[in-house]
Design a protein around this ligand. Structure first.
Ligand SMILES: [Zn+2]
Length: 258
């Protein structure tokens, strides 16, 4: 995968409008589809509101977010209401987070968050714009990247090194079972997946996950039986092939794990 932008493009100055054109053109020329491995993504016609790129083979749609700085804990996004309503719609796109080097004009990091990792809990409502602002009362939002499990951040380029197509697609498929769940039940699953990641071991015990009971109670104060809920999620993760059951109270992450 070529990480540099096209020569003829580099002649333009580097305003943010231009950065968008540069990165979009690069993505359409160089990115493969992380969902099915198809060799290329296609650009949508301009002014399509929801997405920028799509795969002609599997139909997945992608929205590109590019910036010079590395992506931190949160990413500023557009209007709160429109993003939240898109989360529940069928054409909710996957997000591509692209970080580029403005001097060398090349991609330095790129990861994808599949759409099934988008739940209302990762969208933070911002304060309405002040009455003195041109768009007074307008409410924007932040995407809370730090609330997304590591398994939902699929790198295609990491520190200027491209990741193989095969391992990207494998990683995508490992969590595609989440698509079958409603946004509501995905919330619990994703929280339990994050707990398993925090344990940080390929093999773990049920009680390692129970250790997060208090944290989960704080997130879901109405649930009075958090341990039962944890067991139920682990069972679902096992049935989906995300983890394996070893023996009583013992699990392991399925191979292909990062
Ligand atoms: Zn595809």
């Amino acid at each position: 995968m070529k990480l540099g932008f096209e020569e003829e493009q580099k002649k333009y100055n580097s305003g943010s409008q231009n950065a968008r054109a540069l990165t979009e053109t690069w993505a359409a020329a160089s990115l493969f589809c992380p969902a099915c491995g198809h060799s290329k993504l296609s650009k949508f016609e301009n002014n399509r509101p929801a997405a920028d790129l799509y795969c002609t083979s599997c139909g997945e749609e992608f929205e590109l977010k590019s910036q010079k700085r590395k992506f931190g804990k949160k990413v500023v996004d557009g209007a709160y209401e429109s993003l939240v309503s898109r989360l529940v719609s069928a054409n909710n796109p996957n997000f591509v987070f692209l970080n580029y080097d403005p001097v060398e004009l090349c991609v330095s990091n790129l990861f994808i968050v599949p759409k099934h990792f988008f739940i209302p809990e990762i969208i933070e409502k911002r304060k309405p714009l002040a009455s003195t602002a041109r768009r007074a009362g307008w409410i924007g939002c932040n995407i809370l990247l730090n609330n997304i499990p590591d398994s939902g951040r699929i790198f295609i380029v990491k520190n200027r090194a491209p990741i193989s197509r095969e391992s990207v697609v494998t990683k995508w498929k490992r969590t595609s079972f989440l698509k079958n769940q409603s946004a509501q039940s995905r919330g619990w699953l994703l929280e339990v997946m994050k707990c398993v990641e925090k344990v940080g071991e390929p093999k773990f015990k049920l009680k390692d996950v129970y250790a997060f009971e208090e944290n989960l109670s704080a997130i879901y104060p109405n649930n009075k039986n958090v341990k039962a809920k944890i067991r139920q999620q682990l069972q679902y993760l096992r049935d989906s092939g995300y983890i394996n059951f070893l023996e009583r109270g013992m699990y392991e992450l399925n191979s292909g794990s990062s």
